[in-house]
Design a protein. Structure first.
Ligand SMILES: *Cc1c(COP(=O)(O)O)cnc(C)c1O
Length: 355
């Protein structure tokens, strides 16, 4: 058995994979594959409707918001958000908390002015910048709730006089959030919601239509809302597997239930990192992510042999991102706590061997 700590596409629940495999061969007893039915069929419409309903229910999405399943990944949202929200000649505020935030900033600059109101670049993004003012003349402020590469996470959000746009790609559905605090939430599915190929967007309807821009149909949230995420052929299979994952999450007690498990997993792993003299955490403790746990070894020469021990134990995907080095254990919703204990045992075994 493998213990999948990969950062993304990440682990999916085993039951979901089994159901998805069955749907590929014989979807809902139709004798057809989910891959070969019309997206306009009643069978697929029921899948999309249930997916939207589950998102609304699990995140307690208030009235006045639309839930969309789009393509192009979170990276397309880096451009689509400013395209739809940043007026000609206007500007937007960005918090630069990692590489994904930097990419979002780069795309926004194609559409207007960008004011970086806070950054943790000088420390290689080991903390979440928290002290900043939101300028009155910006169209929105953009944040990244979880910095997948550096292992930092915003544990608190803030009230804002302008819409808050949040990239939640790597911690959506890991805990409750108050959707009403946000104007736009987006997340590529492949970290914590489903397979690659679909992107969840939750947008407050009344922030749209204010830019004075002409927006091509596919890039226009309004067109996508009017089309019910079916302006064109949606990524049917990715939506199906996401829906199955959300069903699984609901059965586990929803985001409040999974949050408790995620806290238990993260606490156990960080406790070992702090206890074990061979390892050390990368980020400031107060901003540590519950999804991506980044750590290095006191002696860099230990890294290769430790990675080898991990391989022997079936632990996969723990090599750190090239911009941080060391290790990154992604402990998304679907990763069982038993896998976290296998990693902790490997760390303890390695310590014993290297006394
Ligand atoms: C993975 C990731 C992205 C990029 O997502 P794509 O779907 O590959 O475009 C953006 N933001 C965050 C926080 C991520 O973790």
């Amino acid at each position: 058995m493998k213990h999948n700590f990969g950062a993304g596409p990440g682990i999916l629940p085993h039951e979901v994979l089994k159901q998805a495999a069955e749907g590929v061969l014989n979807f809902n007893g139709t004798g057809l594959s989910i891959l070969e039915i019309s997206h306009r069929s009643a069978d697929f419409e029921a899948v999309l409707d249930e997916a939207v309903k589950l998102v609304k229910e699990l995140l307690n999405v208030p009235e006045g918001y639309s839930v969309l399943f789009l393509q192009g990944g979170a990276s397309t949202q880096f451009a689509m958000a400013p395209y739809n929200l940043l007026p000609e000649g206007g500007k937007a505020a960005y918090v630069e908390s990692g590489v994904w935030a930097k990419k979002a900033i780069k795309e926004a600059a194609y559409f207007g002015g960008v004011e970086v109101v806070a950054t943790s670049k000088e420390s290689n993004f080991t903390y979440i910048p928290k002290k900043f003012d939101i300028p009155k003349d910006v169209a929105y402020i953009h944040i990244t709730s979880n910095n997948t590469i550096y292992g930092t996470e915003m544990h608190e959000f803030f009230k804002s006089p302008v819409p808050v746009v949040c990239d939640m790609s790597s911690d959506i559905f890991s805990r409750p959030v108050n959707v009403a605090d946000f104007g736009l939430i987006y997340a590529g599915a492949q970290k914590n919601m489903g397979p690659a190929g679909v992107t969840l967007v939750i947008v407050k309807n009344d922030i749209l239509g204010k830019t004075g821009r002409n927006i091509p149909s596919m890039f226009n949230y309004q067109t996508q809302i009017e089309g019910g995420s079916m302006y064109n052929t949606p990524p049917c299979f990715a939506i199906y597997v996401s829906m199955l994952t959300l069903r699984w999450l609901k059965a586990k007690g929803g985001v409040a239930g999974i949050e408790q498990e995620n806290i238990a997993k993260a606490n156990a792993l960080y406790a070992e990192i702090d206890r074990n003299p061979l390892f050390k955490g990368v980020c400031v403790p107060e901003d540590r992510s519950r999804m991506n746990v980044c750590f290095v070894m006191e002696n860099p020469e230990h890294e290769k042999p430790f990675l080898k021990l991990c391989e022997e134990k079936g632990i996969v995907g723990v090599k750190g991102h090239r911009s941080v080095g060391g290790f990154r254990a992604s402990i998304y919703n679907a990763l069982p706590i038993t896998s976290v204990h296998v990693l902790i045992d490997a760390m303890q075994e390695f310590q014993e061997k290297n006394k």
